[in-house]
Design a protein. Structure first.
Length: 179
Protein backbone atom coordinates (compact mmCIF):
# COMPACT_ATOMS: atom_id res chain seq x y z
CA UNK A 1 0.00 0.00 0.00
CA UNK A 2 1.08 3.55 -0.57
CA UNK A 3 0.00 7.05 0.29
CA UNK A 4 -0.71 8.86 -2.97
CA UNK A 5 -0.23 12.60 -3.62
CA UNK A 6 -3.50 14.54 -3.65
CA UNK A 7 -4.48 17.23 -6.10
CA UNK A 8 -6.01 20.48 -4.85
CA UNK A 9 -8.40 23.07 -6.18
CA UNK A 10 -8.02 24.84 -8.61
CA UNK A 11 -6.34 21.89 -10.39
CA UNK A 12 -8.24 21.57 -13.72
CA UNK A 13 -8.39 17.77 -13.32
CA UNK A 14 -11.07 18.29 -10.65
CA UNK A 15 -13.41 19.51 -13.42
CA UNK A 16 -12.90 16.47 -15.66
CA UNK A 17 -15.37 13.61 -16.05
CA UNK A 18 -13.92 10.25 -14.98
CA UNK A 19 -14.07 7.16 -17.21
CA UNK A 20 -15.91 3.94 -16.31
CA UNK A 21 -13.76 1.00 -15.21
CA UNK A 22 -13.94 -1.98 -17.59
CA UNK A 23 -12.94 -4.65 -15.07
CA UNK A 24 -12.17 -4.79 -11.34
CA UNK A 25 -8.74 -6.43 -11.56
CA UNK A 26 -5.65 -6.44 -9.31
CA UNK A 27 -4.50 -3.08 -10.66
CA UNK A 28 -7.84 -1.53 -9.65
CA UNK A 29 -7.71 -3.26 -6.24
CA UNK A 30 -4.22 -1.83 -5.70
CA UNK A 31 -5.58 1.64 -6.45
CA UNK A 32 -8.51 1.05 -4.06
CA UNK A 33 -6.10 -0.01 -1.28
CA UNK A 34 -3.84 2.99 -1.88
CA UNK A 35 -6.82 5.33 -1.91
CA UNK A 36 -8.05 4.00 1.45
CA UNK A 37 -4.59 4.43 2.94
CA UNK A 38 -4.35 7.97 1.56
CA UNK A 39 -7.83 8.85 2.89
CA UNK A 40 -6.99 7.49 6.35
CA UNK A 41 -3.69 9.38 6.38
CA UNK A 42 -5.53 12.66 5.71
CA UNK A 43 -8.37 11.89 8.12
CA UNK A 44 -10.89 12.01 5.31
CA UNK A 45 -14.16 10.09 5.16
CA UNK A 46 -14.29 9.88 1.37
CA UNK A 47 -11.95 10.07 -1.61
CA UNK A 48 -12.51 9.91 -5.36
CA UNK A 49 -9.81 8.62 -7.74
CA UNK A 50 -9.61 11.97 -9.53
CA UNK A 51 -8.31 13.45 -6.26
CA UNK A 52 -5.20 11.32 -6.67
CA UNK A 53 -5.02 12.28 -10.34
CA UNK A 54 -6.67 9.14 -11.77
CA UNK A 55 -9.71 9.77 -13.99
CA UNK A 56 -11.50 6.50 -13.23
CA UNK A 57 -14.98 6.09 -11.73
CA UNK A 58 -13.76 4.86 -8.36
CA UNK A 59 -14.37 6.09 -4.83
CA UNK A 60 -13.67 4.96 -1.30
CA UNK A 61 -15.36 5.94 1.95
CA UNK A 62 -14.84 5.16 5.60
CA UNK A 63 -17.03 6.91 8.12
CA UNK A 64 -15.55 5.00 11.02
CA UNK A 65 -11.83 5.65 10.95
CA UNK A 66 -9.58 8.63 11.24
CA UNK A 67 -12.37 11.11 10.81
CA UNK A 68 -12.42 13.93 13.34
CA UNK A 69 -16.13 14.24 12.80
CA UNK A 70 -16.59 10.59 13.72
CA UNK A 71 -14.48 11.00 16.86
CA UNK A 72 -16.49 14.07 17.87
CA UNK A 73 -19.65 11.99 17.50
CA UNK A 74 -18.21 9.52 20.00
CA UNK A 75 -17.35 6.86 17.45
CA UNK A 76 -15.00 3.98 17.98
CA UNK A 77 -12.71 4.93 15.13
CA UNK A 78 -12.80 1.44 13.68
CA UNK A 79 -11.87 1.03 10.06
CA UNK A 80 -14.71 -0.07 7.79
CA UNK A 81 -13.79 0.98 4.27
CA UNK A 82 -16.33 0.93 1.45
CA UNK A 83 -15.01 0.55 -2.10
CA UNK A 84 -17.18 1.58 -5.06
CA UNK A 85 -16.35 1.13 -8.72
CA UNK A 86 -18.64 2.68 -11.37
CA UNK A 87 -21.14 3.89 -8.73
CA UNK A 88 -24.47 5.21 -9.95
CA UNK A 89 -27.32 6.93 -8.14
CA UNK A 90 -30.40 4.93 -9.13
CA UNK A 91 -32.89 6.63 -6.76
CA UNK A 92 -32.92 9.70 -4.55
CA UNK A 93 -35.43 11.05 -2.03
CA UNK A 94 -37.37 14.29 -2.40
CA UNK A 95 -36.58 14.98 1.23
CA UNK A 96 -33.38 16.97 1.62
CA UNK A 97 -30.67 17.24 4.22
CA UNK A 98 -28.02 19.83 5.06
CA UNK A 99 -24.49 18.85 6.06
CA UNK A 100 -21.40 20.92 6.56
CA UNK A 101 -19.07 19.45 3.94
CA UNK A 102 -15.35 19.61 3.49
CA UNK A 103 -13.08 18.07 0.88
CA UNK A 104 -9.48 16.84 0.92
CA UNK A 105 -8.93 18.87 -2.27
CA UNK A 106 -10.08 22.05 -0.41
CA UNK A 107 -8.10 21.75 2.83
CA UNK A 108 -9.50 23.71 5.76
CA UNK A 109 -12.63 24.84 3.89
CA UNK A 110 -16.16 23.89 4.89
CA UNK A 111 -19.66 24.87 3.80
CA UNK A 112 -23.23 23.70 4.24
CA UNK A 113 -24.57 21.84 1.21
CA UNK A 114 -28.17 20.74 0.59
CA UNK A 115 -28.62 17.33 -1.01
CA UNK A 116 -31.26 14.59 -1.20
CA UNK A 117 -31.46 12.95 2.22
CA UNK A 118 -31.43 9.38 0.90
CA UNK A 119 -29.98 7.81 -2.22
CA UNK A 120 -29.77 4.29 -3.62
CA UNK A 121 -26.45 3.42 -5.23
CA UNK A 122 -25.50 0.58 -7.57
CA UNK A 123 -21.81 -0.17 -7.91
CA UNK A 124 -19.18 -2.87 -8.29
CA UNK A 125 -17.45 -3.88 -5.06
CA UNK A 126 -13.81 -4.81 -4.35
CA UNK A 127 -14.36 -8.24 -5.93
CA UNK A 128 -16.18 -6.86 -8.97
CA UNK A 129 -19.60 -8.01 -7.76
CA UNK A 130 -22.62 -5.82 -8.41
CA UNK A 131 -24.05 -4.28 -5.24
CA UNK A 132 -27.02 -2.10 -4.39
CA UNK A 133 -27.14 -0.07 -1.19
CA UNK A 134 -29.50 2.46 0.39
CA UNK A 135 -27.64 5.38 1.95
CA UNK A 136 -28.90 7.83 4.57
CA UNK A 137 -27.45 10.55 6.79
CA UNK A 138 -23.69 11.15 6.50
CA UNK A 139 -23.12 8.14 4.21
CA UNK A 140 -25.66 9.59 1.76
CA UNK A 141 -24.00 13.02 1.79
CA UNK A 142 -20.56 11.48 1.44
CA UNK A 143 -21.42 9.19 -1.48
CA UNK A 144 -23.14 12.03 -3.34
CA UNK A 145 -20.13 14.30 -2.77
CA UNK A 146 -17.76 11.60 -4.11
CA UNK A 147 -19.93 10.73 -7.14
CA UNK A 148 -19.98 14.46 -7.93
CA UNK A 149 -16.17 14.30 -8.14
CA UNK A 150 -16.47 11.59 -10.82
CA UNK A 151 -18.57 14.05 -12.82
CA UNK A 152 -16.17 16.97 -12.42
CA UNK A 153 -18.27 18.63 -9.72
CA UNK A 154 -16.99 19.74 -6.31
CA UNK A 155 -18.96 20.80 -3.23
CA UNK A 156 -18.37 24.50 -3.90
CA UNK A 157 -20.35 24.12 -7.14
CA UNK A 158 -23.44 23.67 -4.95
CA UNK A 159 -22.91 27.07 -3.29
CA UNK A 160 -23.84 30.58 -4.39
CA UNK A 161 -21.25 32.35 -6.52
CA UNK A 162 -20.41 34.66 -3.60
CA UNK A 163 -19.79 31.80 -1.17
CA UNK A 164 -17.86 29.81 -3.77
CA UNK A 165 -15.56 32.71 -4.61
CA UNK A 166 -14.97 33.36 -0.93
CA UNK A 167 -13.78 29.77 -0.42
CA UNK A 168 -11.62 29.81 -3.57
CA UNK A 169 -9.97 33.07 -2.48
CA UNK A 170 -9.29 31.77 1.03
CA UNK A 171 -7.78 28.62 -0.44
CA UNK A 172 -5.55 30.60 -2.79
CA UNK A 173 -4.30 32.71 0.10
CA UNK A 174 -3.69 29.63 2.21
CA UNK A 175 -1.63 27.92 -0.53
CA UNK A 176 0.43 31.08 -1.15
CA UNK A 177 1.08 31.34 2.55
CA UNK A 178 2.26 27.72 2.82
CA UNK A 179 4.57 27.76 -0.19
NI1 LIG B 1 -14.25 15.96 -2.03
Amino acid sequence: MAILPLIYSPDPLLKKISEPVAEVNDEIRQLLDDMVETMHDRQGIGLAAVQVGVLKRILVMDLGYGSKRYAEAGGEGESNPIHMVNPEIVASSDEENIYEEGCLSFPGQFAEVIRPKMVTIEYLDYDGNKQRVDCDELLSTCVQHEIDHLNGITFVDHLSRVKRNMILKKLEKQFKHNM
